[in-house]
Design a protein around this ligand. Structure first.
Ligand SMILES: CCCCCCCCCCCCCC(=O)O
Length: 132
């Protein structure tokens, strides 16, 4: 389906400021800016299988649209939330387990790019991927 395939990080927009707002320290932010993130996405109906690989870790996760699941960010921050599909946009709403703050994220396809947007406490960022 639309999001299916392997997506390799191409560039970031305001990601450092976003991570800073998330409380990620400078050393980790510098490493995360060049994490070589690759995301493999396979959608079957309302179910998604996602494989994530980066300089930090490799993991696989399954989720169903509208169903809450737990997820650990690469810096160890634990969140809980779900993805929904609105039109052609995947919308994620997650709550941090440590402070209850909300992190929202979207995925859209624009041309040959997958654009993942993030928003946390008023700071927005984007990570832009191209097909690997
Ligand atoms: C400090 C780093 C912030 C990165 C924010 C990532 C937000 C991801 C939200 C949940 C992703 C669930 C799994 C997935 O679909 O890939």
């Amino acid at each position: 389906m639309t999001f299916d395939g392997t997506w390799k990080i191409e560039r970031n927009d305001n990601y450092d400021k976003f991570m800073e707002k998330m409380g990620v320290n400078m050393v980790k932010r510098k490493l995360a800016a060049h994490d070589n993130l690759k995301i493999f996405i396979q959608q079957t109906g309302d179910k998604f299988h996602v494989k994530e690989s980066s300089n930090f870790r490799n993991l696989e996760i399954d989720f169903t649209l509208g169903v809450t699941f737990d997820y650990s960010l690469a810096d160890g921050t634990e969140v809980s939330g779900s993805w929904t599909m609105e039109g052609d946009t995947l919308k994620g709403t997650f709550l941090r387990k440590d402070n209850g703050n909300q992190l929202t994220t979207t995925r859209i396809i624009q041309g040959d790019e997958l654009i993942q947007s993030y928003s946390y406490e008023g700071v927005d960022a984007k990570r832009i991927f191209k097909k690997a």
